[in-house]
Design a protein around this ligand. Structure first.
Ligand code: WTA
Length: 653
């Protein structure tokens, strides 16, 4: 594992522009300089203060129990109901008529859901799930597009103490199957189909295929969205409208322990098998709400907030469902793709709902740049006041474009660094307080301990680079990997065991002012359009194809998606290397993992570069994939391999 170096990211560090907060913004900002002072004075008291944003049935007796590190317990002894906090209490406080969700369907249909409506729908769904015999602690898989029922389902689970495992609806049936099996889910909630780029695409067949092989599943609950014909298994499959619509909208929420499991979310690691990241209730919701309030400067009842993520990713969990709803946000939820029916869709939505806070990913910003500044320019974006970015390092050009063409040079941009594992934002500027630099996430939030260290775990000074670590437990931290304690210890805690640091897997640097610049992953995890995909996962998918003998996958720099997947494959003896093979292999990867994992490029090669111990040298393949001079080959078992690969490619294979 070596920190990234010598690539374009180093140019970031020559960035010298700074954007201090405007006086008007600072004047009205939620955050002040006192926040960091309070956190520094008494960290646990600071987090206790943040936990009081929530409504607890009984208060904790201890803020943090770290005696069994790295397994943290936050707000020990406290009890609460997460769904009550996100829904009911706002209705009880007299805000039932406030819009919770402006839902915008891809084909142009829309629904307005108030907090009172949300309470009814979540209560009905909770009654429905209970009627299926599900009890607190059971796992439920949710495999759905961005329809309101997906949010109702998550909250209904939370209300009953069921642990949800949301699986991105773009993943394959095989990916769904392995996640259902790993968590031993009893129920899967899905839709008949989903709208994608203006057309309905079936979704339930993938569930049918997965569930045929998952013994734990007892029922499949199906929302009708596209009106597509579906196969039906009597006794197992149930329509949402048959089961949920007739339920009572009264449901008394039970209180659960602060450490009750709230959800599992699978994310790629360095091996082929995704990790089930486990999050619990009180600490998670505290930090999701705290960060949403300060990082986005959110004002309940005034702002219209829009996070463009999908609920299949952690950003959708923390910044569509839990954080914003705990803070009584009015938000936009959009079902579809940004270019349906045309490339102005996002700006039409911003204009239509007067969106004031907009949170998206650098890959989309770069796509907007490609489509042209004239598109946002034709829309009234004057309602916007805060812009956010997440998922990968944002390059200064994209940051500047975002600021100018979306933010009208007036909106602060918050570049937020965090991970599925951290549960909530960890490193970001505070709008109104922090002077921002284009491309930097600036520094850890008040209450968060993060630093950049060298190989030995020693903190590096200003101008220094190395590994990003988190040196203090935080409320929304993962509580483990589902069913795999050893992997949890090995993956995150073994690297800097002596110091007790959490190893994030990212490289980072401090600039001369001490601002933090994230430099991308230092392990074999790729970041494609903000989605984490492991090289091993794609390699396993490729070698599971009958025609492939061996495969090596690298992430190559891509101007739009951040990284693109490039695969080098050796075919089995006797296999014709015809035109069709590349398409066949790309489709195979899509089937095994999902279309997001399809390699951008597949090169058929006679050999792979390996060290004497048989480890594939991805660094050299990355040089080929990025059209660079191939680097140092002296540690290769056979140093002529790279010539063989390059000459083969030059011949156009
Ligand atoms: C990367 C998404 C630079 C990083 C919330 C991290 C970022 C991984 C940023 C987590 C950012 C996320 N700047 N890199 N602002 N945000 N990353 O689990 O490599 O899908 O480790 O969580 O994305 O991805 P995940």
């Amino acid at each position: 594992m070596t920190p990234p170096s010598g690539n374009a990211l180093d140019n970031l560090l020559s960035e010298s522009r700074t954007f201090p907060p405007s006086a008007e913004f600072a004047e009205q900002a939620n955050a002040g300089t006192d926040l960091a002072e309070r956190a520094a004075a008494d960290r646990e008291e600071f987090w206790a203060e943040q936990a009081r944003r929530l409504s607890w049935s009984s208060e904790w007796d201890q803020v943090l129990d770290w005696s069994d590190a790295p397994f943290a317990k936050w707000f020990v002894g406290g009890t609460l109901n997460v769904a009550y906090n996100c829904v009911d209490r706002h209705v009880a406080d007299g805000h039932g008529e406030q819009v919770a969700i402006h839902w915008e369907g891809e084909p142009g249909d829309s629904r307005t859901i108030t907090y009172a409506n949300l309470k009814d729908e979540v209560s009905k769904a909770a009654n429905a799930l209970a009627s299926l015999g599900l009890v607190a602690g059971d796992r439920v898989a949710i495999y759905m597009p961005m329809v309101p029922e997906a949010i109702y389902s998550m909250l209904a689970c939370a209300r009953l103490g069921l642990t949800h495992s949301v699986v991105f609806a773009g993943f394959s049936s095989e990916a769904l199957r392995s996640r259902i099996d790993d968590a031993e889910a009893k129920l899967v909630i899905t839709t008949d189909g989903q709208f994608r780029r203006g057309k309905p695409a079936p979704l339930k067949p993938a569930v049918d295929e997965a569930v045929a092989q998952t013994p734990s599943i007892q029922n499949v609950l199906v929302v009708k969205r596209t009106d597509t014909d579906v196969e039906w298994t009597e006794g197992r499959d149930i329509w949402w409208h048959d089961l949920v619509d007739g339920q009572s909208n009264e449901h008394a929420p039970e209180s659960f322990d602060a450490e009750h499991p709230l959800f599992i979310l699978y994310t790629s690691g360095t091996t082929g098998k995704p990790k089930g990241i486990l999050h619990t209730s009180g600490g998670y919701l505290t930090q999701a709400a705290y960060t949403h309030h300060y990082v986005f400067d959110h004002k309940a009842g005034e702002d219209v907030y829009w996070c463009t993520a999908d609920i299949g990713w952690v950003t959708g969990h923390s910044y569509i469902v839990y954080g914003p709803l705990a803070n009584r946000a009015t938000q936009v939820v959009y079902e579809g793709t940004p270019n349906t029916p045309n490339e102005a869709r996002h700006w039409e939505i911003v204009q239509k709902y007067k969106v004031s806070i907009y949170y998206t990913a650098p890959t989309l910003i770069r796509t907007f740049m490609k489509w042209g500044a004239d598109i946002p320019a034709k829309h009234d974006l004057s309602s916007l006041r805060v812009l956010g970015s997440v998922g990968e390092p944002i390059n200064p050009e994209a940051w500047m474009w975002y600021r100018e063409h979306v933010g009208g040079n007036r909106c602060p941009i918050v570049d937020t660094w965090w991970q599925t594992e951290t549960g909530a934002i960890m490193i970001a500027p505070l709008p109104g307080v922090t002077e921002c630099k284009p491309g930097s996430a600036m520094g850890p939030l008040p209450g968060i301990g993060a630093k950049v260290v060298d190989e030995l775990g020693e903190a590096v000074g200003k101008g220094g680079g190395g590994y990003l670590v988190l040196d203090q437990p935080w409320p929304a931290m993962l509580r483990g990997i589902w069913g795999d304690e050893q992997r949890f210890r090995d993956t995150y805690w073994a690297r800097f065991e002596e110091q007790g640091f959490y190893f994030a897997g990212d490289g980072a640097k401090y600039d001369s002012d001490g601002a933090v610049w994230l430099l991308g992953r230092v392990d074999d995890v790729m970041n494609v359009s903000g989605h984490r995909i492991s090289t091993t996962e794609v390699e396993s998918a490729l070698v599971s194809h009958a025609k492939v003998a061996e495969a090596a996958v690298v992430g190559a720099t891509d101007p739009t998606t951040g990284q693109g997947i490039v695969a080098f494959v050796i075919l089995r003896g006797g296999v014709e290397q015809g035109e069709g093979i590349v398409k066949e292999l790309r489709d195979h990867v899509a089937k095994e993992i999902g279309p997001i994992a399809k390699p951008r490029q597949i090169m058929v090669v006679p050999e792979l570069p390996k060290t004497r111990s048989g480890k594939i040298m991805r660094r050299l393949l990355r040089d080929v994939a990025e059209n660079r001079q191939v680097g140092d080959v002296t540690t290769l078992a056979d140093s002529t391999v790279m010539d063989l690969i390059s000459s083969g490619l030059n011949k156009g294979s």
